[in-house]
Design a protein around this ligand. Structure first.
Ligand SMILES: NC(=O)c1ccc[n+]([C@@H]2O[C@H](COP(=O)([O-])OP(=O)(O)OC[C@H]3O[C@@H](n4cnc5c(N)ncnc54)[C@H](OP(=O)(O)O)[C@@H]3O)[C@@H](O)[C@H]2O)c1
Length: 351
């Protein structure tokens, strides 16, 4: 019997990564009998481009796309009721909530997080993962604002419900490597290079690896019950990240010049706040203010079973290989599709 799992944010980075890890069990999480799941992928619109892309890339009978809006309680209750009736209820839930934006009000994020935790408890879910974000440690909890505050409140809420039986695990991912992609990524690189001190490190993770960690937590859910895992593969300075990029891809990490980055920082107080927050996290780590961090990071890396989460260098290399394979696959299938003829068939005259 397959275990029914509800995944929120299924059309986003983490949700898609988890779906891929659960369905294909790519290394290091190899599929096994206890990983047989029926996935309910939550989206607000099953006809959106992102939902269509998910359906096309994961054309699987184990995956069902379900429509619901975390701002519309009844739509989510209906999904829980339906699955209770048809399959005896959700076995697991992965809760990731959209980032409201830098400087944006996050009361909606908190409300959505609490709603899902309430329902998971009510419907007796057996493995509940809440994906939050990395923080600076207990001494800095009082300084949290907006989305950071909302995440801490949702975490605390899960812990309180844990006393009533909610089997929670909290994931705290670091800064996503994908944040450095594309044009916006080159602005992020420029701003961080200009704003951070040379020696300041940031903890980073590939969102794809969050999927593997979450799949591992579902597999060993009892071992990770009531545990906090911080998902970081390495702590690196911007210079080290630039060096990794250069070594992996043989070209410089794209960045807007300082002359563009400085005015962006000057104009945007939330960007300055982000820089300060990263500085604070770095100081807390190196000055030993957050002694639990090492254990939280080790826990996340252990779930990987075979190897550690990928460093920026490893991730860039893997992605380069994957893209090359995809291009090769596409060009092979284009060749194959040309009137079902190949060069070999043409030369030999065979049909
Ligand atoms: N970027 C980073 O460096 C970083 C680091 C640590 C933590 N985080 C945290 O990661 C989270 C974002 O994860 P992500 O990047 O994987 O997400 P994402 O790619 O931004 O996707 C957001 C997802 O949320 C869904 N969604 C939005 N509003 C919804 C609603 N009302 N009801 C149901 N679903 C809704 C969207 O689905 P539809 O549009 O299909 O409905 C989409 O699948 C944020 O909380 C962020 O703070 C980010």
């Amino acid at each position: 019997m397959r275990r029914p799992i509800l995944i929120t944010g299924s059309t986003g980075k983490q949700g898609r990564a988890l779906i891929r890890a659960l369905l294909h069990g790519l290394p290091p999480i190899m599929p096994s009998a206890e990983d047989e799941y029926r996935i309910y992928a939550l989206t607000r619109s099953s006809s959106s481009a992102a939902a269509k892309a998910l359906r096309e890339s994961e054309n699987e009978e184990r995956l069902q796309i379900v429509e619901g809006d975390l701002d519309d309680r009844e739509s989510i209750v209906r999904i829980f009721e339906r699955v209770s009736g048809e399959e005896g209820g959700f076995w697991g839930v992965y809760c990731v909530l959209e980032f409201p934006g830098l400087g944006a009000d996050a009361t909606g994020e908190e409300r959505r997080g609490k709603l899902l935790a309430d329902l998971a408890l009510k419907y007796k879910v057996q493995a509940y993962i809440y994906s939050s974000a990395m923080r600076s440690g207990p001494e800095h909890e009082d300084t949290l604002i907006l989305s950071g505050r909302a995440k801490a409140n949702v975490e605390n809420y899960c812990m309180v419900l844990g006393e009533k039986g909610l089997p929670w695990t909290i994931l705290r991912p670091g800064f996503f490597m994908e944040n450095f992609d594309d044009f916006l990524g080159s602005i992020a690189v420029g701003v961080l290079k200009s704003g951070l001190k040379k020696e300041t490190t940031i903890g980073i993770v590939a969102s794809e690896d969050i999927g593997y960690v979450a799949a591992g937590v579902f597999r060993h859910h009892e071992m990770y019950r009531q545990k906090i895992l911080t998902l970081v593969s390495e702590f690196a300075t911007m210079t080290q990240l630039e060096d990794s990029y250069q070594r992996a891809l043989g070209k410089p990490l794209p960045s807007v010049p300082a002359a563009v980055a400085w005015p962006i920082m000057k104009m945007n107080k939330m960007i300055r706040w982000l820089i300060n927050d990263l500085e604070k996290s770095h100081r807390a780590r190196v000055e030993g203010e957050y002694p639990q961090l090492e254990n939280e990071v080790s826990l996340a890396n252990e779930v990987f079973e075979i190897r550690m989460m990928r460093t920026y260098y490893d991730w860039l290399r893997t992605r380069k290989r994957q893209r090359r394979m995809e291009r090769l696959g596409e060009s092979r299938s284009r060749k194959a599709k040309w009137n079902q003829l190949s060069l070999g068939k043409l030369l030999t005259g065979r049909a």
